[in-house]
Ligand binder design. Structure first.
Ligand code: C2E
Ligand code: MG
Ligand code: MG
Ligand code: MG
Length: 295
């Protein structure tokens, strides 16, 4: 591989630059691969929870579990280690751990807050979804926690489903067992509307770029995507709500649920404000109050 890099790099000076970059990349990879496996058993992984809110009422409907790695007092974000974990079967162990933990947390909140309707969304990597074990990993997590399958939402990206046909087979099986399937980051990558009909889905999660005023055509495409989701019988969740005006837009479009820093940042379980039954307290504007901001 190093030879290939050298060949691509051309001149000797460039080859050295490439070698350095490659060395650093390989070093990081090794650190993540060995460290992450140990972190799993050493309790260095932790889940943060971000609320998913009903656009109309402001009520917290559920949470998305988001993984962090606490290492030498630093909190490493998932984008720094999940892609590396996804290059080996290690991601299956990571996902299985997250499923167990998140389901247990949901069971605790259900009991403490009397919220048998609360849902938990968990990200499932494409590699994991493509393995037959994903069915047992998901089912066992729900069963161990005593959670009804319908309250566990499996978030999978379109790329993950398209890359390996086995993923669609496994997700179809999980869906037939009552688990909810959500298409994450919709509109990134090679999304196609026609695919919405073929995939085993309950929820369409619109990527946050469609709420970004700096992304060309985002404002024009958002209504089309929400409409398409509804046309295919899906519940639509918008990611990346950072301002009240975006929530107002979503309300007009009939988008059911929303998630974003304006509604609550991902925080540790102990910092999540109890989402007890009924309408959440609203601000004077009538819009839901943001949850406790992350430190
Ligand atoms: P995702 O599933 O699309 O998760 C949403 C990401 O957007 C999260 O980043 C969240 O913190 C961030 N976010 C939420 N609201 C806002 C907002 O208003 N503005 C902006 N700019 N960002 C917002 P995070 O936690 O860094 O996670 C990144 C990605 O890592 C996730 O994207 C997911 O693909 C992956 N990931 C996280 N946890 C897991 C896990 O347990 N298993 C697997 N396989 N992947 C995970
Ligand atoms: Mg997600
Ligand atoms: Mg997403
Ligand atoms: Mg994402």
């Amino acid at each position: 591989d190093i030879a290939a890099y050298r060949a691509k790099a051309g001149g000797r000076g460039r080859a050295e630059v490439f070698d350095q970059g490659l060395r650093e990349e390989l070093r990081q990879r090794a650190v993540v691969e060995s460290g992450l496996a140990a972190a799993l058993s050493a309790d260095e992984l932790e889940l943060h929870y971000q609320p998913i809110v009903c656009v109309d009422t402001g009520e917290v409907e559920g949470y998305e579990a988001l993984l962090r790695w606490r290492r030498d007092d630093a909190l490493i974000p998932p984008d720094s280690f999940i892609p590396i974990a996804e290059e080996s079967e290690l991601i299956c162990e990571v996902d299985a751990w997250v499923l167990q933990r998140a389901a247990q947390q949901l069971a605790l909140w259900t009991r403490d807050w009397h919220r048998p309707d609360l849902v938990m969304a968990v990200n499932v990597s494409g590699r994991h979804a493509a393995r037959a074990r994903v069915i047992a990993d998901v089912a066992d997590a729900a069963q161990a926690a005593g959670i009804d399958p319908a309250r566990l939402v499996l978030e999978v990206t379109e790329t993950a489903m398209v890359d390996d046909p086995a993923a669609v087979v496994h997700l179809s099986e999980l869906r037939s067992r009552g688990f909810a399937i959500s298409l994450d980051d919709f509109g990134t990558g090679y999304s196609s509307l026609a695919r919405l009909e073929q995939l085993p889905l309950d929820i369409l999660k619109v990527d946050r770029k469609f709420l970004d005023p700096d992304v060309p055509s985002a404002a024009k495409l958002l209504p089309l995507i929400v409409h398409a989701g509804h046309a295919f019988g899906l519940t639509v969740v918008a990611e990346g709500v950072e301002h009240e005006h975006q929530l107002a837009t979503l309300r007009i479009l009939g988008c059911e649920s929303a998630q974003g820093y304006h509604l609550g940042r991902p925080v540790r379980a102990t910092d999540v404000r109890p989402a007890t039954a009924g309408r959440q307290p609203t601000s004077p504007s009538g819009l839901p109050q943001a949850q406790a901001a992350a430190p």
